[in-house]
Design a protein around this ligand. Structure first.
Ligand SMILES: Nc1ncnc2c1ncn2[C@@H]1O[C@H](COP(=O)(O)OP(=O)(O)OP(=O)(O)O)[C@@H](O)[C@H]1O
Ligand SMILES: [Mg+2]
Length: 447
């Protein structure tokens, strides 16, 4: 099942306001993120689809209206609630005209804010659903596909196939949006546990004091506020897979208990003596450098070694740009609302190839989704791409085409294998004949 949590972003330069809202808006089905300014916020918006954004009309690094326009542009289904101060009424009205959902004045009436956020969330759900209805029914359903034909991604496919049937824990690392979730799902789907549940928990969303009880469960009355006894995630994941995302955020104390479970397959509920036995396949993911965290004393060393038995490192998208055309095609087909075939013109593809994709595949997906909406007659031109992709293009002198990426890659591999053509061809997954043909072609171009 898809994550039903609502994602909320609070943008305000005042730390006290960010903290207040984070605390007051916290609820079981909400995940709250915060940003202090526009550029930080835009990075997050490009990486996640927020349901509701609450933002201050006055920000240090840009005007709230400018940011509103950018946010609505990058993420049309997100509803925005503006925070206004004294004398901001005219601007607030302007913001509503530009598509803000509503505004709330400082000082806050927190109950009203909560209600506003709830209503804004409902509205954003509706517009997402409307769009989904218009889009094909298969949107985002079915097993996730892992797309990529570069050497780097084929290596990862190979590792997934090898490790899936084994019962060992896997640590998946890579930048945000690089595909850690996709890899975790692929491992579960290809394991013998595929018919059993895969439970996904983001450790960043665990409340520190309750983390242990949420994971392991607790006995009746075992701590203040613990009413009835409760099962933990471990019992739900029995015979299935437990995917602990953002494992770097797991509180240190809980790491020790989890280490014990990994070693003995047994655990205790909070407030109980009785040992319970479970059979769980563990997957972990993080975009942090855990070795570094261990050095800094923020991560348990023994736990680190236990979860790092088998590490799959997903490269950033800019390290496998060869896959861009394939990924573009994949998303244009997958996200096509009505089966229309979308096509990207070469000029636009050049921009896609030149851009660095700091938000990785997730950002690419968002950009493709956006360009489909803006496309005329199924044709995606530069005009359908967001500003950042074009700025980069203007600044960059050289024009990188797929061909030149391929060429560079081939010569890099030849170098790596000391000119051995058979080995190079094998590594590239092409025949020696094809390699010769391509080398000839590229050498002629150079002559
Ligand atoms: N190789 C791939 N093939 C197809 N889709 C991909 C691939 N890699 C990533 N995606 C898609 O890109 C988006 C982001 O991927 P994913 O959620 O797996 O990233 P992540 O590494 O878990 O990010 P985060 O650190 O933010 O959790 C998803 O929509 C996913 O389906
Ligand atoms: Mg993820």
């Amino acid at each position: 099942m898809k994550n039903e949590k609502s994602l909320i972003l609070v943008i305000d330069d005042e730390e006290s306001i960010r903290r207040l809202l984070q605390k007051e808006l916290a609820a079981k089905r909400r995940e709250i993120f915060t940003a202090a300014g526009a550029s930080e916020a835009m990075k997050m918006v490009r990486n996640r689809s927020f349901d509701v954004i609450i933002m201050d009309l006055r920000l240090p690094d840009t005007s709230g209206l400018d940011l509103l326009i950018k946010v609505r542009d990058a993420s049309p289904c997100t509803e925005v609630v503006m925070i206004t101060g004294h004398g901001d009424i005219d601007t607030a009205v302007e913001a509503m005209k530009l598509g803000a959902y509503d505004f709330i004045a400082k000082p806050f009436n927190l109950d009203r804010l909560d209600l506003l956020v709830e209503k804004a969330h409902q509205r954003s759900r509706l517009s997402v659903e409307n769009r989904l209805l218009r889009h094909s029914a298969s949107y985002d359903q079915g097993p996730v596909q892992f797309i990529g034909n570069s050497k780097a991604l084929r290596d990862i496919q190979f590792l997934i196939d090898k490790v899936a049937p084994a019962n060992i824990p896997v640590l998946i690392t890579g930048e945000s949006g690089a595909g850690k979730d996709v890899v975790a799902h692929a491992i579960h789907d290809r394991s013998s546990r595929a018919g059993n549940p895969m439970i996904i928990k983001n450790c960043a969303s665990l409340q520190k004091e309750l983390a242990r009880s949420e994971l392991f469960g607790h006995a009746k009355g075992s701590f203040t506020g613990a009413g009835e006894s409760q099962e933990g995630l471990m019992s739900f994941a029995h015979q299935g897979t437990l995917f602990l995302d953002e494992i770097g955020e797991l509180p240190l104390g809980v790491q020790a208990s989890l280490l014990r479970l990994l070693e003995t397959q047994t655990y205790r509920r909070v407030g109980e003596k009785e040992e319970r036995r479970v059979d769980i396949r563990f997957l972990f993911a993080t975009n942090r450098n855990l070795a570094e965290e261990v050095k800094e004393g923020r991560f348990n060393e023994a736990f680190y070694h236990r979860i790092n038995v088998f590490n799959i490192v997903i490269p950033s998208l800019c390290e496998h740009k060869e896959d861009l055309p394939l990924l573009v095609d994949y998303f244009l087909t997958k996200l096509s609302p009505d089966g229309t075939t979308y096509r990207m013109v070469q000029g636009a593809m050049d921009c896609v190839l030149r851009y660095d994709w700091p938000g990785n595949v997730r950002e690419l997906r968002n950009v493709m989704e956006r360009s489909i909406i803006l496309a005329e007659n199924g044709i995606i031109t530069k005009n359908c791409l967001p500003h950042e992709l074009l700025v980069d293009a203007e600044n960059s002198e050289s024009s990188i085409t797929l061909e030149s990426v391929e060429k560079q890659h081939i010569f890099k591999m030849l170098d790596f294998y000391n000119g051995n053509r058979q080995k190079t061809a094998d590594a590239l997954g092409i025949s020696r004949k094809t390699l010769y043909r391509k080398m000839n072609q590229y050498e002629k171009e150079q002559a």
